[in-house]
Design a binder for this molecule. Structure first.
Ligand code: CIR
Length: 253
């Protein structure tokens, strides 16, 4: 169960965030509304939510997930793979020292976005993406092992981040789409397969037996409800325009 989350208010400069989505520029006031609804949903799931101030120096800084891996045993500050995002880690490290006095770090030449990391109990899957390299994964696995946890890598070709295409909903249930459907690493899970036309719904989050899911994906919603979860649909259209989804917007611990 999670008890806390950290989020960061989007800054007006988010309209210049990194994007490959070709969905247009985000509408900033609408993004703020959607972000507030996201916070309300996390609170509804029982989390205490820490909201960090917006930072205009970093257009993508609302996507806090990429800047740190937060686990029950330790917190690891990443070295994000995109040059414009590296400085985002300072504010996150400051916020996390309240909860984790001994932070660990991924150092260059290692790079790692924690959107490439999926927690399954004590084990962490690490996607090797354009943002996360072998050296970043090596350092991460070493930090995890020192703290009684483990990690393994998953090769990727199609997606921005590992969790763009796969989400763990506890109880051995995995939501998958695209290249993640056939990865041997995930063979032992029960798979809820998301169709291509709803692929964005593969990035959803389990929060204390609720599942926060992008709104407007009825097939994915029905399949997840069928598996026994309470689904909370949320509109994240303005973050989708920046290739971001529900997991990217918080650190949950
Ligand atoms: C980026 O390209 O870094 C941001 N525009 C989106 C980051 C999304 N984060 C995530 O999937 N964990």
């Amino acid at each position: 169960m999670f008890s806390k989350a950290i989020v960061k208010t989007p800054c007006p400069e988010m309209i210049s965030g990194i994007s490959s989505a070709q969905l247009g520029k985000p509408d900033y006031p609408k993004a703020l509304e959607q972000h507030q609804a996201y916070i309300t949903a996390l609170e509804h799931c029982g989390l205490e939510v820490w909201v960090l101030e917006p930072d205009s120096a970093f257009p993508d800084s609302c996507f806090v997930e990429d800047t740190a891996l937060v686990t029950p045993n330790c917190a690891i500050i990443t070295n994000p793979g995109a040059a414009s995002r590296k400085g985002e880690t300072k504010a996150i490290a400051e916020a996390l020292t309240t909860f984790y006095p001994n932070l660990l770090f991924i150092e260059a030449p290692g790079t790692l976005d924690a959107g490439d990391m999926m927690m399954v109990g004590n084990h962490f899957y690490i996607g090797l993406s354009e943002r996360t390299n072998q050296e970043g994964a090596r350092q991460m696995i070493s930090h995890l092992e020192v703290n009684g946890q483990s990690g393994s890598t998953v090769a990727m070709n199609e997606m921005l981040h590992l969790k763009t295409g796969v989400s763990y909903l506890e109880y051995n249930n995995l939501v998958v789409t695209g290249e993640m459907v056939t990865k041997p690493a995930f063979d032992a899970f029960n798979k809820i397969i998301v169709a291509k036309d709803e692929a964005y719904a593969a990035n959803c989050i389990w929060v204390n037996d609720n599942v926060l899911l992008p709104a407007g994906r009825p097939k994915a919603r029905a399949a997840i409800e069928q598996a026994g979860y309470q689904v909370i649909p949320l509109d994240t259209s303005e973050f989708e325009k920046l290739d971001g989804g529900l997991s990217c917007l918080s650190l949950r611990f």
